[in-house]
Design a protein around this ligand. Sequence first.
Ligand SMILES: Nc1ncnc2c1ncn2[C@@H]1O[C@H](COP(=O)(O)OP(=O)(O)OP(=O)(O)O)[C@@H](O)[C@H]1O
Length: 231
Amino acid sequence: MQHIIEMVGVSKIYPGGCVALRDINVKIEKGEFVFLVGPTGAGKSTFLKLLFREELPTRGQIFINGKNITRLKPKEVPYLRRRLGVVFQDFRLLPQKTVYENVAFAMEVIEASPREIRRRVPKVIEMVGLSHKMNSRPHELSGGEQQRAALARALVNNPDVIIADEPTGNLDPDTSWEIMKLLDEINKKGTTLIVATHAKELVDAMKKRVLQLEDGRLVRDEERGVYRCET
Ligand SMILES: Nc1ncnc2c1ncn2[C@@H]1O[C@H](COP(=O)(O)OP(=O)(O)OP(=O)(O)O)[C@@H](O)[C@H]1O
């Protein structure tokens, strides 16, 4: 069976010698919801960066949909990124653009037709519950609303996988819950989700697969797991 994501013997040593990941072997199936946990500096962000090819592994192979992404030609990288939606703790919305324009921009970048953009963008904004703020700029939105907008942007090109690095890191507990429920809904519609987080309560309540990193090693892989990170 082909996995949507597979890492084989992946290590990452940054220039300067910091070993961020050590011999990671992991397979993720299409449609899974996976939490990535571990203490600060354990390698979670590095793990995610390797998936969207912001970084290359020092050793090992990474397959997405069966394609070895460590061997992509530069011109193939945009095709990989198109299949992935990425969400960050600090939202990373363009400040001068409205919610609509931020989401539309992600489609413009891949040269979608204006007609397709006009059709798709309002639908995705509605999906994240932000239709009433479509014409607001990021500074006019709450943190939770900004993260919804960022999620709409990640979703608009209908990716196979959403990769989220601490998506609730800047949000209060109630808002964090709302965002996590939204991620769960997105997952139930078929998108594979990989979420790095320190949000213990959320991980414990959601009962999803948990991968735990410690000092660059994958030390736990548990179905319906809990947070349980001793630092
Ligand atoms: N660009 C870089 N150059 C050198 N070292 C780096 C770089 N990025 C990360 N590191 C180091 O790699 C290790 C893993 O970092 P990483 O950001 O992946 O951890 P993390 O688990 O995401 O941490 P946090 O929970 O604090 O976000 C750390 O020791 C970090 O200092």
